[in-house]
Design a protein around this ligand. Structure first.
Ligand SMILES: *Cc1c(COP(=O)(O)O)cnc(C)c1O
Length: 365
């Protein structure tokens, strides 16, 4: 639709927002993903008409017909991004245009309409603006933003839907992993894989998460924090965690991360870390890394550190890797020096404490 780019977003203020006192109390300890702001963004899509009825409105349940096609065939995609309050009081997003573009490629893979980049950005910015009083007071807190889109057409036939709902909700968040967790333990899934060649591994869709949950439950049973998936074809190559990309710090100055072959989600944190690591003089190599190599290199000391990264948890050290057969520890089992350095470099840029050479920080107000 030619007019999508100029779509106006109507703003309807919530006339019964959370009181200042209640909000202040809630924001003291927001946790992760439990608390939501007063508003949401909504835009509808109808085939033949394009995107329409864009608005910011009071956050509320959405009426849904039981035959809405997302409930049956899972045509759904999402994004995850954060708005930060910078040291100087400015509010900013981190590389939001990357989220907008990834949302479009996820839509393509799931046979859904693409939301124009400018509309995606406008909707997110308008929500942050109206809910600007919802930033957590605690250090390290941010406003987590969840744009998503699903097939809302009331139809049980199997084909791409003709109607969609795009929405953005916001959740004030603290740290993703429990405080004090300095390095995580991960479980190697042997029975389950996350994504196969030709599948949807590179799309940010709810279905990938649905498929990963039984493995994640197994990880929790095994006293692990997260699950690591191996490739579906050979059960040999390390791919990623359920929602985070992986990096391996070698003793020869190389930083290895699995290549984007279509089964791995192209993380924006991953890409940012690769850039920062190169600036630190590391040789970044996107190459397949096997579970056997991982074990061998951890034992020999050739592997110094392993870390996972993503918007929610930023950069998290992996201390221990556990499987049905064995368990191994990386380095001293805690966060390594380079993990810590890269994490700080990224966080400092995100928080406006370090120079933003690459124009990653988009200041809003
Ligand atoms: C969102 C996500 C990531 C991390 O992506 P970021 O853009 O860095 O937040 C990694 N893996 C999966 C499966 C994801 O869904």
């Amino acid at each position: 639709m030619a007019h999508d780019d100029s779509l106006e977003i109507l703003v309807e203020r919530n006339d019964a927002p959370v009181s200042d006192a209640d909000r202040a109390k809630l924001l003291e300890n927001p946790g992760f993903g439990n608390l939501f702001t007063d508003h949401m963004a909504v835009i509808r899509y109808t085939e033949g008409q394009g995107w329409h009825d864009a608005k910011i409105t009071a956050r509320a349940p959405i009426p849904m017909d039981p035959a809405s096609s997302v409930l049956h065939y899972a045509q759904e995609i999402f994004e995850g991004m954060k708005a930060y309050r910078l040291a100087d009081g400015t509010t900013a997003l981190f590389r939001p245009e990357q989220n907008a573009r990834r949302f479009q490629s996820s839509a393509q893979r799931m046979a859904m309409p693409e939301l124009p980049e400018s509309v995606f950005l406008k909707s997110v910015e308008a929500l942050v603006d109206i809910d600007r009083d919802w930033f957590p007071s605690a250090e390290g807190g941010s406003l987590y933003l969840r744009p998503f889109m699903f097939a809302s057409e009331v139809f049980l036939g199997v084909r791409p839907a003709k109607e969609y709902l795009y929405m953005v909700i916001a959740s004030p968040v603290g740290a993703y992993f429990k405080a004090g967790a300095s390095a995580i333990t991960i479980w190697v899934s042997k029975d389950y894989t996350r994504a196969a060649p030709g599948g949807t591994g590179a799309a940010k869709c709810g279905g990938n998460y649905a498929a990963s949950l039984v493995a994640q439950a197994e990880a929790i049973d095994q006293n692990c924090d997260q699950v690591v998936f191996l490739d579906a074809a050979e059960q040999r190559w390390v791919e990623e965690l359920g929602g985070m990309n992986l990096f391996f710090v070698m003793d020869d100055g190389r930083l290895i991360t699995p290549p984007l072959t279509g089964t791995i989600l192209p993380g924006i944190t991953r890409e940012s870390i690769m850039t920062l690591a190169r600036e630190e003089g590391l040789v970044v190599s996107e190459e397949p890394y096997s579970i056997d190599q991982w074990r061998t290199d951890a034992a020999s000391g050739k592997l110094r550190e392993t870390f996972a990264c993503g918007t929610a948890a930023v950069v998290t050290a992996v201390g221990t890797v556990r499987s049905e057969d064995d368990e191994f520890t990386i380095g001293g089992g805690g966060p390594g020096q380079l993990t810590e350095k890269l994490r700080m470099r990224l966080v400092d840029i995100q928080r406006g404490l370090a120079e933003d050479k690459h124009g990653w920080v988009k200041r809003l107000f």
